[in-house]
Design a protein around this ligand. Structure first.
Ligand code: ADP
Ligand code: GLC
Length: 474
């Protein structure tokens, strides 16, 4: 697998959870999996060993002299070390701007993965995640098309989020050593520029995305982010495979980040978690008697943060409190901080990235808010179910696939009014405590573990590898 994120090494969102937990689930099914990841400045090399010095990647006029480290994980996780490109704390950019050399950074990642496949980890299937890995299939089907090492290799490209596409000017093609013949509308050309996402979509043998509903949605003009035509053209090889949850990480029975553990049979610990969370956020102790709504999110247009901001006074008027953790667009961060100032007893906001606090919000809240405009899969709503924290979601993508009327609350229209109506419904349901506990327990009993989804990936790999075998026999 080639990815720009994998828990616990580097994370900004759900991609990291998936690439962190799918490989062990595949291993249990008998697949051998390795992960290739940049070694960002935030990754400590203490528990790693250097497995290759001087892997040289030649890209256009430049040579990149890389070192590869392997972590202590049960499956090989190869860290691509090249401080001038990756030795920065943030993964993709600073403040509101992406790094200007991201096209080079992720071209080097792709070439490093191909080098690793040649020398360190004999590879049948390259599974590439999001645009940052999109050049792997492009290089394999051009530069390395006749390289005997890779004859019969197959590529899978998983779309985690079509909103981020890795678009760069055509003029960078020589710098990343892309064959000019790939610059066609059927290839990686996108409105006169190049798109690493489109490269992944065009040159991979199979495409997947992270929920069945999102797989359908992205083939429509409204939700295709300009790539719906390509996706429709490739719909025969595009499948939606729902993300799984790593319940060893996200379960109130075993969670080491929360102050008291609990289960569906004994929910008493959840009250302790709520009390602690209220204290941690500096809300008055009396807030424990009110329904507490949690939010953990990137603060981005995708997540409907503006709807929350607009609806917040109404939510407060309806009797609930809100605790929010996130980081992202400055304007949302500021607006949420202003709401905290306006309603200091009812709304508390933490701007930042804090994994432990994310767990404590799942455990200590009564309900969880995810009013996303679009959501390829979404993990937090599945975590919420497990923590007995019924989610309030907009019916889109993976949210629609995982939340039902009896486990959570769903609304269709992307508006503050619809959100507020759904919160009102949840607050009314909450006042019936035995009915609410039933709802919590139904959600806690849902199984979104990797079992089924890892098997779907494994079957896909085997089918592709079988095709390769059949080709070789011809
Ligand atoms: P996305 O990948 O679109 O951001 P997901 O729901 O798939 O959304 O996954 C988000 C993941 O990132 C979850 O594990 C969530 O807990 C975590 N997360 C998001 N924001 C923060 C934050 N500010 N602090 C800690 N964890 C966060
Ligand atoms: C993306 C999507 C999110 C999905 C995650 C992991 O970040 O926004 O919906 O759960 O990838 O696949």
């Amino acid at each position: 697998m080639v990815s720009s994120e994998a828990a616990p090494y580097a994370k900004t969102g759900g991609l990291a959870d998936v690439v962190g937990s799918l490989p062990p689930a595949l291993q249990e099914l008998g697949d051998e999996v390795a992960v290739v990841l940049p070694r960002y400045g935030s990754i400590d090399l203490a528990d790693t060993r250097c497995v290759w010095e001087h892997l040289r990647v030649y890209l256009g006029p430049d040579v990149y002299d890389l070192n590869i480290y392997q972590t202590a994980a049960n499956h090989p996780v190869y860290l691509v070390d090249y401080p001038p490109l990756f030795g920065r704390k943030a993964l993709y950019g600073k403040a509101d701007a992406d790094y200007p050399d991201n096209h080079i950074r992720f071209a080097v990642l792709a070439r490093a993965a191909i080098g690793i496949a040649r020398h360190l980890f004999a590879t049948d299937i390259f599974h590439c995640h999001d645009w940052q890995a999109g050049l792997v299939p492009a290089y394999l089907s051009s530069t390395f098309a006749t390289d005997p090492t890779f004859l019969g290799c197959r590529t899978v490209f998983t779309i985690h989020n079509l909103a981020f596409q890795g678009i760069f000017p055509k003029s960078v093609m020589p710098d990343v050593a892309l064959d000019p013949r790939l610059f066609t509308p059927d290839g990686l050309e996108f409105w006169g520029k190049i798109s690493y996402m489109k490269a992944g979509l065009a040159y991979s043998d199979a495409l997947t995305t992270v929920s069945p509903t999102y797989a359908r949605e992205i083939q429509s003009h409204e939700m295709g982010a300009g790539l719906d035509g390509v996706l429709r053209a490739r719909s025969k090889v595009l499948n939606g495979i729902l993300n799984g949850v790593d319940y060893a990480e996200w379960s109130p029975e075993v969670d080491s980040h929360i102050p008291a553990r609990y289960s569906a049979n004994d929910l008493s610990g959840k009250t302790i978690c709520k009390r602690n969370l209220i204290e941690e956020f500096g809300l008055p102790a009396g807030a424990v008697d009110r329904p507490l709504i949690g939010l953990v999110s990137r603060f981005a247009v995708q997540k409907g943060i503006d709807l929350i901001i607009e609806a917040a006074p109404g939510v407060v008027a309806g009797g609930a409190c809100i605790v929010a953790l996130g980081t992202g667009d400055r304007e949302y961060e500021d607006a949420l901080r202003r709401l905290q100032q306006d309603y200091p007893d009812r709304i508390a906001v933490r701007v930042g990235f804090d994994n432990g606090l994310a767990h404590r919000i799942e455990a200590g809240s009564d309900m969880f808010l995810m009013p996303s405009r679009f959501e390829p899969c979404g993990l937090n709503q599945m975590y919420s179910l497990r923590y007995g924290t019924p989610p309030i979601v907009r019916a889109t993508g993976g949210l629609d696939d995982t939340i039902e009327k009896d486990t959570g609350f769903k609304f269709a229209e992307s508006s503050a009014e619809a959100l507020l109506r759904s919160v009102g419904e949840a607050v009314r349901a909450y006042s019936n405590s035995s009915g609410w506990r039933e709802r919590m327990r139904r959600g806690m009993a849902k199984d979104f573990s990797w079992r089924a989804s890892a098997a779907a990936y494994s079957m896909l790999y085997r089918r592709l590898a079988g095709q390769a075998y059949a080709h070789a026999m011809l």
